[in-house]
Design a protein around this ligand. Structure first.
Ligand SMILES: Nc1ncnc2c1ncn2[C@@H]1O[C@H](COP(=O)(O)OP(=O)(O)O)[C@@H](O)[C@H]1O
Ligand SMILES: [Mg+2]
Length: 260
């Protein structure tokens, strides 16, 4: 049993979305300690993004609890709510939703560093450091997102998230649109940041092989319910559900394998 204090504890989370309202997440629970990477897996439509977005406050659950650093997020208001919004950073699949195409990447990072007075000139040194942290040439801070490749844009999105100094990063399918070698670059970068910064990460993907390479623990969703959770090793060695077994058996690049 892990005795380290929990950073995030989710209990009996139920989320309804749409009109008419439909139950998307059913009694979802999870727990994470600082420094851990949790892989969130499941086929397309299983509710991964809904869970990720609920954790960062985009969706309001109909019941359940989300405790972060011992505080109940769902009760937070005003300044505390704003602080929690910064503590948990979301990186979407499409970097254009986190990187404004009209702004230079320096401006975007300055905004993350200081939303009230986002001046590149005042933060140049820190912006360069952050870009170099994700292996982007610091001198390119005056460029726009379109001038970078897909993999570079995702690394810039990671730098933007790091700028906020969050306690938790939720990366939602950030490698899914990338080719295999670029995918590996981003995964290696995340693994390095984990080691060097003690990053705590929820890594969301429909691709079990990708998740396996980076996760300490796993949570498998099926139709909005948790069908499996535990250490990555335990889940791979002895999956509790038939569904996870099927995922594992088909994962190592089997013929025509795809969940999406
Ligand atoms: N804003 C929304 N309004 C209504 N239904 C939604 C909304 N977002 C997601 N859904 C539905 O919730 C289910 C889970 O979606 P999602 O969380 O995006 O799954 P995943 O990220 O695992 O592919 C899907 O059936 C999807 O159509
Ligand atoms: Mg999704």
């Amino acid at each position: 049993m892990d005795e380290r204090p929990r950073l995030l504890e989710v209990d009996m989370l139920n989320v309804h979305l749409g009109t008419p309202r439909r139950l998307i997440l059913k009694d979802v629970g999870l727990a994470m300690t600082a420094g851990e990477t949790l892989g969130l897996v499941g086929e397309s439509g299983s509710g991964k993004s809904t869970l990720a977005k609920t954790l960062v406050g985009v969706h309001r659950p109909s019941s359940g609890s989300i405790r972060f650093g011992g505080r109940e997020c769902l009760l937070a208001k005003g300044k505390e709510r704003a602080r929690l919004r910064r503590e948990i950073q979301y990186i979407p699949q499409d970097p254009y939703s986190s990187l404004d195409p009209r702004r230079t990447i320096g401006e975007t990072i300055a905004e993350a560093l200081d939303p009230r007075r986002p001046r590149v000139s005042a933060y140049r040194q820190r912006i360069v450091e952050l870009l170099e942290c994700v292996r982007i040439d610091g001198s390119s801070l005056d460029r726009h997102p379109r001038e970078f490749s897909g993999g570079q844009r995702q690394r810039i999105a990671i730098a933007r998230a790091l700028a906020v100094e969050p306690s938790l990063i939720v990366a939602d399918e950030i490698t899914s649109a990338l080719d295999l070698s670029t995918q590996a670059e981003v995964l290696n970068l995340l693994a390095d940041l984990k080691r060097s910064m003690g990053l705590t990460l929820i890594f969301v993907s429909h691709d079990l092989a990708v998740v396996r390479s980076i996760s300490d623990s796993l949570l498998v969703l099926l139709h909005g319910e948790v069908v499996e959770s535990g250490s990555a090793q335990k889940v791979f060695d002895a999956p509790a559900s038939d569904y996870t077994r099927t995922l594992i058996d088909s994962a190592p690049g089997g013929p025509g394998f795809s969940l999406d």
